[in-house]
Design a protein around this ligand. Structure first.
Ligand SMILES: CC(C)(COP(=O)(O)OP(=O)(O)OC[C@H]1O[C@@H](n2cnc3c(N)ncnc32)[C@H](O)[C@@H]1OP(=O)(O)O)[C@@H](O)C(=O)NCCC(=O)NCCS
Length: 265
């Protein structure tokens, strides 16, 4: 994946909600819909899709390679109602009328749980947080770029809505998920505990700053060990994932290190 695309956040851009936010998101979904592989369509989902979204999520979670990759216990609020209603935006990708993928962006209001607090963002910046809440793809449609497209769409929508900070939590073992996000400039910045005892990577991108990796500080940590390596985040963070070996012998590492500078925008 290429380096993060330059995203210019307009100073003073209004923070939109509700129908206005939905309209902005729908416009940005059209290019994604137009470029999908044959037989797939995309549209914004709404509360009438609640059952379809809930059933799809349960089905995908039941088929995870590793149950730690996604635990609904780590979610806050009512995921489906929130992300199809006032507190979020969800794009669905369909084969015929069957939901095969979704990407959800959370738009917390002033009194809602906000991952910005886990990053110690200043109180006045919490209104410009969007959550990359979750994306899931049906196993039969994986490896076709649907996740990468849904990440791009949510980045564009968050920026267009004046939400400067993108945040979410991901299982350290779910390296495909956090590796994809890191490929779009949303890097694991901390380890935190959520939903009781789950250890999660807190991933973050600030549209107003471009961190630059300091190669002299590079280190590799096996992804299986990452959840115990709180020290990695004392002076730096995770920049991406790296594979060693092929086929069944393939193993994955997190590329860790410091930032040598932050390019402002
Ligand atoms: C994680 C998950 C969302 C990935 O979905 P996916 O649609 O298979 O992911 P993509 O197809 O975008 O990317 C997978 C590979 O396809 C390849 N690919 C094929 N066509 C592509 C295209 N047009 N554009 C980009 N990548 C493409 C890429 O090489 C990519 O490789 P990479 O992993 O080295 O980047 C999916 O495995 C899933 O639903 N897992 C269970 C739920 C989960 O863990 N969700 C994430 C946490 S919320």
């Amino acid at each position: 994946m290429s380096a993060p695309a330059a995203v210019a956040l307009r100073a003073g851009a209004p923070v939109l909600h509700g129908d206005a936010a939905r309209a902005v998101a729908a416009v940005r979904l059209k290019p994604l819909a137009d470029a999908l592989p044959d037989g797939l369509t995309a549209r914004m989902m709404d509360l009438d899709d609640s059952r379809a979204l809930a059933d799809f999520r349960v089905r995908v979670v039941a088929m995870l390679d590793d149950p730690d990759h996604y635990r609904m216990a780590g979610e806050v609020g009512n995921f489906v109602a929130d992300h199809l209603g006032e507190l979020g935006l969800t794009a669905g990708i369909f084969r015929g009328d069957r939901l095969v993928a979704y990407g959800a962006l959370g738009l917390p209001g002033a009194d809602d749980p906000n991952r910005g607090r886990d990053l110690d963002l200043p109180e006045e910046e919490l209104s410009s947080v969007a959550h990359m809440s979750s994306a899931m793809v049906d196993p039969s449609e994986r490896g076709r770029g649907l996740h990468h497209r849904l990440i791009d769409w949510r980045i564009e929508v968050a920026e267009a809505l004046g939400r400067r900070h993108l945040l979410t939590t991901v299982s350290p073992r779910n390296h495909r998920s956090w590796g994809h996000l890191a490929g779009h400039g949303i890097y694991p910045k901390r380890l935190i505990r959520v939903g009781g005892d789950l250890v999660r990577l807190l991933v973050h991108r600030d549209f107003t700053a471009d961190p630059v990796f300091d190669p002299s500080s590079a280190g590799l940590v096996a992804v299986e060990e990452l959840s115990g390596r709180w020290d990695v985040f004392e002076g730096g963070h995770v920049w991406g994932r790296i594979a060693a070996g092929d086929g069944a012998a393939q193993t994955w590492f997190a590329l860790c290190g410091r930032s040598k500078a932050v390019r402002g925008r």
